[in-house]
Design a protein around this ligand. Structure first.
Ligand SMILES: [Mg+2]
Length: 191
């Protein structure tokens, strides 16, 4: 059934999409980096896919200063994302983003996922277990879509299907076999 299909990565039973936010649904590279640059960090020293508090600690700046420097208006949905989300019955967000920014992004875009868990919902880096619990679903019921090796590990940790957001040029360089080129390609796999 679904778990067999999920392990093959080609579900025939439509799955519930769980999405990472930054780098997957939203092109936030400029917003994320510009906030660090505004605080005196060199752009080339910024790294991706971390819990904000850890990256701020690594770069010796305060989270509060970072949040104040972050410009939400610099983030844009990747092409095709809003069309995909508009066709889904159920979807959720699982993100390391700081909750203040994450909820503000969703509100600004008018996006209403069934569940949206951000960094404050996890004991450490994000994980899919808490999202499944709130959705009332098992790993066989969901497809996690992310843009990093860590996202793939999140899916592996709970044993759910995974797709890599290959529409993000940085993710595409990972050469992950689960990469898909456009959000629309996910539609047949999702409910
Ligand atoms: Mg990401």
């Amino acid at each position: 059934m679904a778990d067999v299909a999920a392990s093959a990565g080609t579900a025939t039973t439509p799955l519930v999409g769980v999405f990472d936010l930054d780098g997957t649904l939203l092109d936030t590279d400029r917003a994320l980096a510009d906030a660090f640059v505004a605080l005196g960090i060199r752009r080339q020293d910024v790294t991706w896919g971390h819990v904000l508090a850890e990256e701020c600690a690594r770069l010796s700046i305060s989270v509060e200063d970072y949040l104040d420097a972050y410009d939400l208006e610099l983030s844009l949905p990747y092409p095709g994302v809003e069309d995909l989300l508009g066709r889904l019955d159920r979807w959720a967000v699982c993100s390391n983003k700081h909750p203040r920014l994450g909820h503000a992004e969703l509100a600004r875009l008018g996006w209403e996922p069934e569940v949206a868990l951000f960094a404050d919902a996890f004991d450490g880096p994000k994980a899919l277990g808490p999202v499944l619990d709130v959705l009332g679903l098992t790993s066989a019921d969901v497809l996690f879509v992310g843009d990093t090796h860590h996202d793939r590990r999140c899916a592996t940790d709970v044993g759910c299907a995974f797709a890599l957001a290959g529409w993000n040029p940085r993710a595409a360089t990972l050469e992950d076999p689960a990469a898909v080129a456009t959000p629309a390609e996910l539609l047949p796999r999702l409910r």
